[in-house]
Design a protein around this ligand. Structure first.
Ligand SMILES: Nc1ncnc2c1ncn2[C@@H]1O[C@H](COP(=O)(O)OP(=O)(O)OP(=O)(O)O)[C@@H](O)[C@H]1O
Length: 296
């Protein structure tokens, strides 16, 4: 019996040039069913170009890929039917509400009116969106809006979901809520998720595996812990009660010449690179600092 699952996404030598400049070089990638895979990389590293090729929006210059069992070049219609996509700045009609948009999407995907209404009700409940279901999406907060984007992408029950920088611009609490939704999709419904991110913490907390893209090349791909060992310095993260305590710790550590890693998504945390030889075991910080030690 064959017990090896067919990958939900398999790219072989996939690449795309713009005016002879390779935006994505030769990408080899496999993502398994039910996995949350993160493509991590700075601006311009090729993340969106990769997503646009895998979702059949952009023709590759070289290579091949299969998504949800279909070839992106030979059978793009099947790929589109079996996948959901949320791109950066997805253009939903700002005057329409979730309760209008979701059934409309269902009808476009050939559901009957009754099926479309039922699916809409199911998704509004799943995304805890009843309270803002009748508000035009143009008037929603960033976090609410992303949940509607995600719900719209899920109307057709996709096997594979692509999310291009799903949490950019969200506050930390909305970001964590969205992480929970994405995890639940994979864990409870077996949806395979490929997302792109610029945030190390997001890749670390959310993804089963992470690929690092740099200048259009996948330079590493593994689970986040293995990746940190392979390509990163060791990082010690201290979490504080509030952002101001973290700020004071950051100032103290900077005066000691420590190399700090800043992550704008985690204002309560301070991360220190432990790359200096001989730094292990040294006391880096005494907390609380002397100025706020309670009087005996
Ligand atoms: N339509 C296009 N025409 C010309 N060059 C493009 C086009 N789209 C992307 N590029 C170039 O391809 C490279 C990769 O861009 P891409 O948008 O894939 O990167 P990214 O990692 O998604 O960046 P960001 O995080 O800013 O979205 C960049 O050098 C970009 O300028």
């Amino acid at each position: 019996m064959d017990t090896v699952a067919t990958p939900s996404i398999r790219a072989i030598g996939l690449g795309r040039d713009f005016a002879e400049h390779p935006a994505v070089q030769r990408l080899d990638l496999e993502v398994n069913p039910g996995e949350v895979y993160g493509l991590l990389g700075p601006n311009g590293s090729g993340k969106s170009t990769t997503v646009r090729m895998l979702t059949t929006m952009l023709r590759p210059s070289r290579g091949t890929a299969q998504v949800a069992g279909a070839d992106i070049s030979r059978d793009p219609g099947t790929v589109r039917r079996r996948t959901g996509v949320v791109l950066q700045g997805t253009a939903l009609d700002p005057l329409m509400s979730a309760r209008e948009l979701l059934p409309l999407q269902g009808r476009l995907q050939s559901l009957t009116a009754r099926q479309a209404r039922a699916r809409c009700a199911e998704l509004l409940t799943a995304f805890d969106a009843q309270d803002f279901a009748d508000t035009p999406v143009g008037k929603l907060s960033g976090g609410q809006r992303r949940r509607v984007d995600l719900a719209v992408a899920l109307v057709q029950r996709p096997d594979v979901l692509f999310l291009d920088e799903p949490t950019t611009g969200l506050d930390p609490a909305s970001r964590r809520d969205l992480w929970d939704e994405i995890r639940a999709l994979a864990a409870n419904h077996g949806v395979t998720v490929l997302l792109t991110t610029q945030y190390l913490e997001e890749a670390d907390q959310l993804c089963d595996r992470v690929g690092i893209l740099r200048a259009g090349r996948l330079i590493a791909s593994a689970d986040p812990h293995a990746l940190k060992d392979q390509v990163g310095d060791r990082v010690l993260t201290l979490r504080f009660r509030d952002a101001s305590a973290a700020g004071r710790a950051r100032e103290l550590l900077a005066t000691k010449g420590e190399q700090l890693h800043t992550d704008e998504t985690a204002p309560h945390a301070v991360s220190i690179r432990l790359a200096r030889p001989g730094a292990d075991g040294e006391t880096l910080l005494t907390w609380p600092p002397p100025a706020c030690t309670p009087n005996p």
